[in-house]
Every structure is written in C-alpha cells, then in structure tokens.
Design a protein around this ligand. Structure first.
Ligand code: ISE
Length: 358
C-alpha cells in the first residue's frame, strides 16, 4: 500500500455528497479530502471553507483531470454520472459512484465497456447495503449453506417522505435499485423478469405519483423476491429484509436497538433517513474503497453490478407503465467482460475499522 493518503475529490455536495465529505474528513483513515465540485458553486465554496486545504473547483471534469486528485467520489445526480464516470475512467481515476450508475441500461453498459477497454477495474458503485453489518451477516449465514438453498426474499423499503419532484419512475430507479442489488447479491444470481405493481396510492404522495409500489423479481435460477417500496410512509426510514431458505429464515432491519419502557409505553426510535440507518455502512463502504484504492485494487459492487441493476430498473419502469412482467435485457457477461479477473466475482471486504480523527 502506498504510504501517502489518497487525495479524494467529491463531485456533488448535496445531501449525500456533503455527508461523504464529512466522513472523509473525520472518520475515514488514509484519505484526504482535497477538492469538491457542485453546480451550485456557492454551496461548494461554503463546504470547502469548512475544511482546511479543500478547494472548490467549478467544473467537475476539471476536478477529475486535476493531477492533485487521486480518486473521485461521485455523488452528483444520476443524469450526469455517465459523463463523469467515463471521464474518471479516461483519466485512470478510481471512482466510487453513488447509485444509480447511470439512468439507463445502454449508458451503464457504455461505462462497463469503457472500463474494460481501459484495462483495469476502476469503478465501485455505491450499493452500501452490502457493507451494512446486518446485511453482511445475513449474506454470511446464507453462504455457510447451513440453512440450505435460498428460496425467497422479502424486502420492505420505506422513506418517511420525499419531495414532490420524486416521481413514480424514481421510486424504481433511485429507491428499488437498492433491493435489486441486494437480491442479485444474496441469490448470487441475475434477475430474469421484474413486475412492478401499485395499489391505489397514498393520499399523501404528490399528484400522479404511484406510491407505494410492489416489485416481484424472478431470479434466473428460480428464486423469487418481493419488495415493497413506500417513499411517503410518514413514519421514518425502515428497511427490512427477510431471506427464506430451505431450513430456516433470517430477518434483518428490525431496528431493535435501544428499547425503552417508560410510563405505560415501550419502544425504540425509527431512524429519520438513510444517513442515520446506514451511517455505519457508508463509513465501511468508503473505508473499503479508500483501502482498496491505495492497494491499487477495486472492491465491492462493480461497474457490472451497477449496469445489471440499471438494466433491471429499466425493465422495472416499463413494467410499472404496462402492469406486465418484463424480461430484463442483460448483455452476456462473458461477451462483455471476457475471462480472467474481469469474470471473477467481486471480492467484498468489510473493514471493521474507521477511526475517528475528531
Ligand atoms: C435515496 O437516493 C437512497 O439511496 C436511499 O437509500 C433510498 O432509501 C431513497 O429512497 C433514495 O431516494
């Protein structure tokens, strides 16, 4: 491992990018936040001013090309990911790109192909659930084989509230995409067909938004998964996953943290949003990315995983519009990636350390 800290630039410093910037400065070891970029230049300047030695760079492509930046964390909106990730690949900058990798299958496939042409893996996609200690334990238990073959997965994914601009298709592309990745990962399989259905929407969603939604995945190997996504649930951030196997089942996300009995009531707290619920997962994800990058490697969900998830969501949006099951149009992995290390499953390492420096 190269002894000097990884010089990281963050593109997009809205909710998630600002959270990542804070994490890079205060909780991640082996990395220095050196530059930030945002179309809202005032927001970027204000964030940069909070941390010594951090520059605000107006043009994200200039940040990527900057010789003082070793690696880039992309937390901009999905619509600009393709251009930014391709620029990272072109400049040989290792990248942690927030989901979705891009907005549709064709553009995600272009990223996979560009990375392949560049000759080495550079892209990690921000599917942070894989780094959450509960999800990681669920996966480990399934992989021991003690429970037998995995048959079914049931997911629940609820946000307290989203802005009116969060439309029906975004529930598929920006929210359900997490469960798409979780199911591909837990089953170690691809999704063959997706059906997305919606009951009569809650009266608390914006006009015309289909919320909640229920998705059914049929896995290539015969498994099945159901997911409820409800982004205006009013309650808080709830993410649960139950995997049903031949000899037992495992449930995570029950949120049974601190349990209080007081007066005539008992209970605990529900996190407000994903930054609370998955704070530790994000820390572990970014630390794993930094560590792997300093070793000259890539870990965690790959560009192929990002592409496969986008392909499923592209089919999911069609299903939402038609009410029918839609077959996922996925390129042949071996044709796109060939053999060797590109064909090998991604190694997931979950460091249990992220030391605070403040
Ligand atoms: C958001 O972008 C996320 O990634 C959250 O994890 C998800 O719960 C939310 O629905 C998305 O909008």
């Amino acid at each position: 491992m190269n002894g000097s800290p990884l010089r990281v630039g963050v593109i997009g410093v809205g909710l998630m990018g600002a959270d990542h910037a804070e994490r890079l400065v205060h909780r991640i070891t082996g990395a220095d936040l050196v530059a930030v970029s945002d179309p809202d230049t005032g927001r970027a300047a204000a964030l940069a001013a909070r941390y010594p030695g951090v520059r605000a760079v107006a043009d994200p492509l200039a940040l990527i090309a900057d010789e003082g930046v070793d690696a880039v964390l992309i937390a901009s909106p999905g619509g600009v990911h393709e251009e930014q990730v391709l620029a990272c690949v072109e400049h040989g900058r290792p990248t942690l790109c927030e989901k979705p990798l891009t907005m549709d299958s064709a553009s995600s496939l272009r990223v996979v192909e560009a990375e392949r042409k560049a000759g080495r893996p550079l892209v990690q996609v921000g599917f942070m659930r894989r780094f959450d200690p509960e999800y990681a334990e669920l996966k480990r238990l399934l992989d021991t084989g003690d429970l037998g073959r995995i048959l079914l997965v049931h997911n629940v994914h609820r946000n307290r509230v989203v802005p009116d601009s969060f439309r029906s298709e975004m529930i598929v592309r920006d929210s359900l995409v997490h469960e798409v990745d979780v199911c591909r990962w837990l089953f170690d399989d691809e999704i063959e067909t997706i059906t997305v259905l919606a009951p009569k929407p809650t009266g608390l969603a914006a006009e015309g938004v289909l919320d909640p939604q229920v998705a059914i995945f049929q896995m290539t190997g015969g498994g099945m998964a159901t997911t409820e996504v409800f982004v205006n649930s009013q309650i808080g951030y709830e993410v649960r996953c139950e995997a049903v196997a031949e000899r037992g089942n495992v449930t995570i996300g029950l949120g049974q943290g601190v349990f209080v009995r007081q007066g005539n009531r008992y209970g605990g707290a529900i996190p407000d949003d994903f930054r609370d619920r998955f704070g530790r997962a994000y820390d572990l994800e970014v630390q794993a990315w930094v560590d792997a990058t300093r070793r000259g490697e890539v870990t965690g969900p790959t560009a192929w995983d990002g592409y496969a998830a986008t392909a499923v969501c592209t089919a999911g949006m069609e299903s939402l519009a038609t009410g029918r099951a839609v077959r996922v149009d996925l390129a042949n992995r071996a044709d796109v990636l060939g053999g060797g290390r590109w064909a090998a499953p991604a190694v997931l390492e979950t460091p249990d350390r992220y030391e605070g420096s403040s």
